[in-house]
Design a protein around this ligand. Sequence first.
Ligand code: UGA
Length: 432
Amino acid sequence: MRLCIIGTGYVGLVTGTCFAEVGHDVVCVDNNAEKVRQLQAGKIPIYEAGLEEMVPRNVAAGRLRFTDSIADGVESSDVVFIAVPTPPQADGSVDLSFIEGVAREIAGCMTQYKIIVDKSTVPVKTGEKVAETIKRYNKARVDFDVVSNPEFLREGFAVEDLMKPDRVVVGVLSQRPVVAMREVYAPFDAPFIVTDINSAEMIKHAANSFLALKISYINAVAAVCEASGANVVEVAAGMGLDKRIGRQFLNAGIGFGGSCFPKDLSAFIKIAEQLGVDFRLLKEVQTINDGQMDRFVKKIIETLWVLKDKRLGVLGLAFKQNTDDVRMSPAIELCQRLLKEGASLRVFDPKAMDKAKSILPPSDRVEYVTDMDEVPTGCDALVIATEWPDFTKLNLERARGELAHPIVFDGRNLFDKAEMERMGFLYKSVGR
Ligand code: UGA
């Protein structure tokens, strides 16, 4: 099928590339001409496993191309996906101006029937507004349908999630676009759910908020574990074997971050409020998440007492493993909190150092180290801030020798507690 994807961020670029990979004819549009030029030259602006090989392969096969013109994209496709940012506003609501702007532009250049599909995470009822907008600005009176098709990919596993989705959700205002949507997703082996457009939009916010709730739940359990001497990792394993609960998203840590959960949670609370519902449960999820960072910083201060003039090694800057994304990263927030307390930092991340430098600039108190094993050198303690599996390969013998004191604060429970203690570390993790 001929598909257009507007927006080449994490969602748009991976979606467009995977659609091309399964044989569709895809044009990706971005209003950032420089980014388009880079993509045309085969330069991928984000780190996402598999993408670097897939993009040039599909470009070479003639199934994938990039343009900065919406008119070009709309003209050369039957189904147009909107995958532009929906950033948060100060009051927690979502800024929908990019969606609205793109809807108007699509309306202005349609010359024949199109299906316009929203992939961005948006508040319930946005699809109805998009349909109204397109109708209003579509002077040529061309027929169209609006569909909601939320994306559930995780950064760091985006290609895998897209190629093998748990489900495909398609929300419609009428049945007309369903056949075409089935055709788009025919190459993917996944349950295909057709529902009304409001429910589809709600599924995305309800799913993300539930996952965030799961994390806050286990973080709250971790606090009780710490107070009682139980071990949260054992507790999560025991709970997770119940199929109704599941083990995933039960990893206690320094709290969730990223460009989705914090934003989507605030948005869902705001949407409910605007509809007259006080979603107190989700407000508590936020409170627990904020408190999780406070508790971890407190743990560091309780152990090291005064942080002023102390030097800490920090492993991890990305908001989670397998990504170079540092937006709303708990690891960066932790660094900022430690700096505020007067500490100096030696930091490392396998992929996110370049992007981190714009938020956490190198200085006499922030030193970027290119070799993980050199981070502990001359530090008073080591802090683990991101759940990169590679960190478990740290040379612990060497770290113990190079740290001024063998102290490790593990905010992601990456290491075996008993083993760390056997090696002589003062080892503080979360809920163990
Ligand atoms: C999340 C959802 O998982 C995706 O399904 C969704 O499509 C995406 O948001 C989106 O709305 O676009 P993502 O933000 O990429 O994906 O990352 P997650 O893997 O969900 O992790 C979010 C945060 O939770 C990270 O900071 C991670 O470290 C933290 N986390 C995750 C925990 O603290 N504990 C866990 O057990 C799992």
